[in-house]
Structure formats: structure tokens, C-alpha cells
Design a protein around this ligand. Sequence first.
Ligand code: AHR
Length: 673
Amino acid sequence: MKTAGQSFPALATALLVATSSALFAQTPTPAELRIHAGQVTAHVSPLLYGLMTEEINYSYDGGLYGELVRNRNFKEDAKYPVHWRMAADKGAAGTISLDSGNPLNDANTVSLKLTAEKAAANQTVGVANDGFWGIPVRPRTTYHASLWAKAAPGFTGPLNLAIVSNDGAIVHAKAQVPHLTTGWRKYEATLTTADAAVSAENRFVISMAAPGSVWLNLVSLFPPTYNNRPNGNRKDIMELLAGMKPAFLRFPGGNYLEGNTVATRFDWKKTIGDNSARPGHMDDSWRYWSSDGMGLLEFLEWCEDLHMEPVLGVYAGYSLRGGARFKPGAELEPYVKEALEEIEYAAGGAGTTWGARRAKDGHPTPFPLTYVEIGNEDNGDRETGSYEGRFAQFFDGIRAKYPQLKIIATTPVTTRAADVIDEHYYRRSEDEMAFHANDYDTRRRLGGPLVFVGEWATRVGDPTPTLGAALGDAAWLIGMERNSDLVIMASYAPLFVNVNPGGMQWQTDLIGYNTLTSYGSPSYYAQKMFSNYHGDEVLATSAQSVPSREWQPPAGRGGRGPAPATPQQTPMPQQAPLMFFDATRDSRTGVIYVKVVNRGNLAYPVHINVAGLSSIAPSGDAVVMQGDGPQDTNSITNPEKIKPVTVRVDGLSTNFTHTFAPFSVTVLQMKGK
Ligand code: AHR
């Protein structure tokens, strides 16, 4: 751990800011960047770049989680089977209704009753699911269907399954469940499309060709998934994530972990086992139904698939509304026990109670687990001493049983020494983010907790960040990378948004998708650049003549935190830098990665001097992302408008000038001797 006054923070604070008039000159005065190759100020944490996730903006249901059937256990609405409707051929007749008289099990007590009053082979009566904004159809693709069914006496089947265009004109794929019984049974089938055109305007239909009644529950349809996992994830989105090389996954929230009430928290025991045993729950933080198909095991398998370290958030006895705050002591103890069992499910040997349960669920090998976070944003709990007490009880319980685990607090605590503290920063403009981008340079290192920036974003762009936001984000990433002795993990939030109408609850999200395709925002690409191109050693840098522009801090407080005791004055204008720099070196290869963000509207020359090396190879690669202006962006219809490209750069040496494009992020790769 560094202490204040050591070399780098002093150098960083020596950064001189030039007047904004330089911006408007036709030939700007070059900025000066000095890289001190002999001075390693920090090591880049191997966990620095990771992901944060929760069920928000249809992140899992209607997003990453592969399930295509919406309201598969008929619980989204107590009165009506929403997202399901009758599908009867001309001349056929029947009804659908919710029925609680034939429960599948304790978790799923309501089923859909389908009755065919008049039906025949060419006059079927069925029920159609409209999916999450449609059912995606692709050519020569095999879908896996499963459902629980129970027939009324007198009806023995078959049940027809089909993926059909919304207008009914095209049956893209079909299958049959040949025989039903009068007891609940699970049936499975595959449906394969032929040379179908790609489309989302389709539905999944279950139909009867003879009179009778049938009850249905847990009706499911999966496309091919990433790594062919059963109950797995959508491939395109996983591939976007894999491109980021994320080191960890913080889950399951966010507000989603806490819920508005204890009953609507992420109750992990209700998210494991066969889907038919999962009741699902109302995600009242973000106001839609969660199937809990993305349950604890699926989160862990997601980590496994992308080689990420799980950062497990455990419910800490506090929900967002409804007075659900448990007092430390006996009242809280069941939740500490629940967390200890959750840790055992994730990381315990197959011989432990919950490790054995995980093995039964299909994963005998324990998952690696190092970080456990106690709650989420507990600065929101205004009761004095509440988090202190709750944190202490969780801390003691976890430390006693799992001394090797690192424990993350969500707000400062004093009675126990948290290993890490999770800080969240949502900024309202690019300038605000840039203004704060060097904050960690001057953060005192006094042996206190390390920092996990578990949520952060420049919130400009709807549904996904603009290039301007990405430039603010890149500036912030530079500040974290440079201070990675302190900031050991960072994850942008929210990660996902379904861009279909009604899909977004929170504006400005990293990755967007609809039913068929997905795209990375400019911020996604900035993070991909940072994660893919960095060394393990942070080199000291100092800069001069850095352009800046005036920034007017907004009045009032941003985000959560204590309200000011006295009314705030309009703050004085400040200077927000337009250029940011850092340099890291790969200690094995000697490659130096120089990151430069130019937020300005001019191509800007930077005179780069590398001290402490005898030479630099004259050619290297530069990865550059740039655009036309801050409003430039990617979208579902123009997904790669802004994207990094790799170009060759000549003329490198220990003393050279390079011009950085306006509105750009650059990683220069130089090989030193
Ligand atoms: O990322 C959206 C929300 O912001 C998270 O759920 C919460 O932790 C934060 O307030």
C-alpha cells in the first residue's frame, strides 16, 4: 500500500492545466507527457476489469438468459395468463384460464388450463406465447422445448408444439408430445427450422387436435446456448462479454439483491434446482417478474464460462422499502446463516450439506470464491449504526467459518476492518466524470480497505452511452488503472438493456439488444480496450500543457449521500481536463501501453518523452476509437458505427510527437529496451 506523498500522486497532482483558449487555436500547443520507465508506482490489479449485473432492463429474462417463453409459470399476473392467448383455427373452439386447483408443486401452484371444446386434426385449439418481444427464428436452428402437462381424463394427446409466424402463415418448426397422462409429467421435444428467414415476429404455440382439457406449467423453449449449457445463456451477448475479458462478476445486485421487501429479495434458495421448483419472484426494484431461471448456480456457471471470479453479494438484512431492516442479534441471525449456506453452496466441497446440494444440481466441483460483499449501498440505510451492526455480525460469522474470504463493505464501517469497500459513482455529464477522473490520485493510502468501484457510469445516452459519455468513462478508467494499487476492481453499471419499447428502467447501459441482435456502446469498446490492452506495472507519468474546459458543477448533491446541512450555493465553475494519460508496462514483454483520451474537438499533438529507456522500437500499434462528436453513438440499427481499429504507428522513439484525433481514445503500444 502506498502512502500519501509517494512519487505518483505527487506527479499526478503536478499536472498542469492549460487555458481553454488553446482549444480554439488552429495549431494547439502540444501537451507534454513524460513517462518515467524506471518508476513503477503500482501494479495493475489482475481483477481490475470486471462486470456488475442484476435483473434490470430485462437483463436476464428477455436478455442474457436463453429462455424464450415469457411468463412460463403463469405467475406474472394473478388474474390473467399475460403473454399467452388463445390460438384456435377457424371453426375450432376452446378456452384458456388460470387454474389453482391442480398445483404442479408447492413452488408452482397456478397452471394454465387449456380446453378444446371443438377440435380436430385440421382444426386445432391452442395457446400461444408471444415471448420477450417475439420469438427469434433463425435458419437451420434447433430449439429445445420442455413443459409440464397433466391431461383431464379422456384426453390422451397428442400436444402439438410449433414456432409460428405471428400472422399464422408460416410454421417455422414443429414437434409433438405424443401421449399425455392424467398425472403431472415433464415432456421434452426439439424443433428445428429449415431455411427460415431471420425474424422475431413469431410465437410459440401449443395446441390440441381433439376435444379435452390439459393443464400446463413451466413451459420452456430454448435456442442454442453459449457452450451448449442447458438452461444457459444467449450466445451473442456472451460473446460480447467474452470480448471484454472480464476478470470478475459482481452479482446478484444492486437493488435486485435487496428487493423492496425481504420477501422480494434475491432469495437464493428459491433460485436453485430444476426450474419447475423455482417459484420466481416480483423484481419490485425494477418492476417486473423474474423467473429466477438465472439462479445462483447459473450465475456461477456464467463465471465459469467466461473465466470470471465470482463476487458474491449476500443479502444483509436490509431491503429498500417496507421497513425490512433486521436488528443485529437474534433477529439478523437467520440471514447470516443464509449467507453462510450460500457460500457453502458456491464453494463448499461436495461433502458439505450445501456443496452436496450443488453437486445434485449438476456441479460437483466447488467454484473458486474469494470475495463476498455484505449487502448493497447500505449508505441508504439511514438508521444510525444499523449497517455497522449488521456488517459486524456478517463479518464475524463469515470470518469464523471462512477465514480466507475477503469481505467487502458497501459503505464505511469502523468496528470491523473490511478488506474492501465498494464505492459507486454515477456522473451526470462527461465533464463531471472527467472532473473527478483523477480523484484517486490524491486518495490517502493509510492501510484502510482497498477499493472496489462496483458501479460507475457517465449517464449520458439513452439507452446506451454516447461517445461523449465513453470519453468521460475512459478518463475515469485511466484514473482507476493508474491507481490500481488502491482500486483493485471496477465494474460499470448497469451492464445490459433490452432496447425494445418498455425494456429499459434505467437509462445509459453498456450493452443493448433486442430479440435478435446485440451491440456494444462506445463505452463498451472503451472498456474492452482497457481490459485487453494493459501491462501489469503502472509507470509514473507527468503531464504539462493539458487542455481543459470550464465546467459548471450542478447545484445540489448528486447521487446518494448525506444531504448538506445548509442550502448549497451555486458552485463556482471549475476546469475539467480534456486530455488524460496513463502508462503501464508488461513486465514480461516490455511492451508499454500508453493510454490517451482526447475529449476535445481538435486533433491534439502530444510530445511524449520516455525517461529511463535507451530506445523504443520505431514502429508499434495503436488501437484507436474515435467519432465525429460527443453525440455520436452506436445503436441496434447501427451497432458498430464507433469501434476501435488497430493502426500501425511509425516514428516512435524515446522522444516523439504524436497527434491524437479529436474525440478519441488511443492505446499506443511501444516496445522499449
Ligand atoms: O445500477 C442501478 C442501481 O444503481 C443499482 O441497482 C443500485 O445499486 C444503484 O443505486
